[in-house]
Design a protein around this ligand. Structure first.
Ligand SMILES: C[S@@+](CC[C@H](N)C(=O)[O-])C[C@H]1O[C@@H](n2cnc3c(N)ncnc32)[C@H](O)[C@@H]1O
Length: 336
């Protein structure tokens, strides 16, 4: 089975799917475990010169789900035309999800671009979705985010997660990063959040056991191998016993994305190489980033490696594969 999604919004989904043989594929579209509809991929597609297109309007606009799945005969259809699994994240958060942006001074464009948010709208959409994922995992662990909780976004950048989190869920929020310009922006835009510049190497200027929760998105995806465990141990130090850490990594899927995208050093690497190595790292020169050294690069982790190696520092309770923007894996760790 091959397939492709052309559009997927809160209102509906459209694309094409080709099954083996001549029969049009019968597809099941679902989100968050709920079946949204069944559709035959039998519209004529002039670009593919065959009847394989499909289009499904949802009966009601979708709420805040992370992904829509399209399955054929019980097997998910793959987005990039390979025959395993297709997951497509929803492109548009609801108006209510985006309320945190109201009245907010948005980050400088050059700072947003450095983290892959080319427009204010993309920044807001990515932040909304990621904040919902983080909230759900924190709520799963603690019941809910409470006003007396002390939470740190380690490597917060210009607040793509920290801004929606702190504006949606009142608590004692902290953010730190090595990038002084990003922190200067947050100090203007989010004066209620305690933000500070930290050094590239541990320690953090925080007391032992002073936090309930640390979140960290797209940081271990860049740290060189020698810094991976020292920073994890530092996160453990600042967490209280029974505290929670949510840390993202790039898994096998991202290795394939980097190869296809032609990222320097990743052209010959496949998901299977990551499975064998456990962790892969390639340096890259990124003069646009402030506060980091030449060792800052691109790293990938196999979830089995995270489970085996990180657990020597803090137990890894679970891994949610591709939970962050359908790309990065999210690991839930606790300090015993
Ligand atoms: C890809 S960005 C992610 C930013 C933010 N977490 C987000 O998701 O938008 C990586 C961030 O890590 C920061 N960073 C890199 N090394 C760091 C370190 N040792 N301590 C704190 N922040 C670091 C960079 O300055 C940058 O802001």
């Amino acid at each position: 089975m091959k397939g492709h999604i052309d559009t997927c919004t809160r209102a509906g989904i459209a694309g094409w799917a080709i099954a083996r043989g001549d029969e049009p594929a019968e597809l099941v579209v679902s989100a968050g475990g709920e079946v949204l509809g069944r559709v035959r991929a039998d519209e004529f597609r002039p670009d593919l010169n065959r009847r394989c297109g499909f289009r499904l309007a949802f009966a009601r606009p979708l709420g805040n789900v992370q992904e829509v799945r399209v399955a054929f005969a019980g097997t998910d259809v793959e987005l990039s035309n390979s025959p395993i699994e297709f997951r497509h994240r929803l492109v548009k958060p609801s108006e209510a999800d985006l309320r945190w942006t109201h009245g907010l001074e948005m980050p400088p464009t050059d700072q947003m671009r450095l983290i892959g948010s080319n427009t204010v709208e993309i920044f807001a959409d990515q932040g909304s979705r990621t904040a919902s994922v983080l909230h759900d995992q924190i709520a799963e662990f603690f019941g809910e985010i409470r006003p007396d909780h002390r939470l740190l976004d380690f490597g917060c950048g210009v607040g793509r997660s920290l801004l929606p989190m702190s504006r949606r869920y009142p608590a004692r929020w902290f953010g730190c990063d090595v990038n002084d310009r990003a922190i200067a922006y947050l100090q203007r835009a989010a004066p209620g959040v305690t933000t500070f510049v930290n050094a590239y190497d541990p320690p953090l200027p925080l007391p032992d056991e002073s936090l309930d929760c640390v979140i960290s998105i797209s940081i271990w995806t860049h740290l060189p191998i020698a810094m991976q465990l020292p920073w994890l141990a530092e996160i453990r130090r600042v967490l209280r016993r029974g505290g929670l850490a949510l840390i993202s990594t790039s898994g096998p899927h991202v290795v394939d994305v980097r190869r296809k995208r032609g990222d320097a050093g990743w052209g010959e690497l496949y998901a299977a190489d990551l499975e064998e190595a456990g962790i892969l790292y390639r340096p890259y020169a990124n003069p646009g980033l402030r506060g980091v050294t030449a060792s800052y690069g691109l790293t990938a982790h196999h979830p089995a490696h995270v489970q085996r190696v990180w657990s020597t520092i803090m137990p890894v309770l679970k891994t949610s594969v591709r939970a962050v923007e359908a790309m990065q894996d999210l690991h839930m760790l606790t300090r015993l």
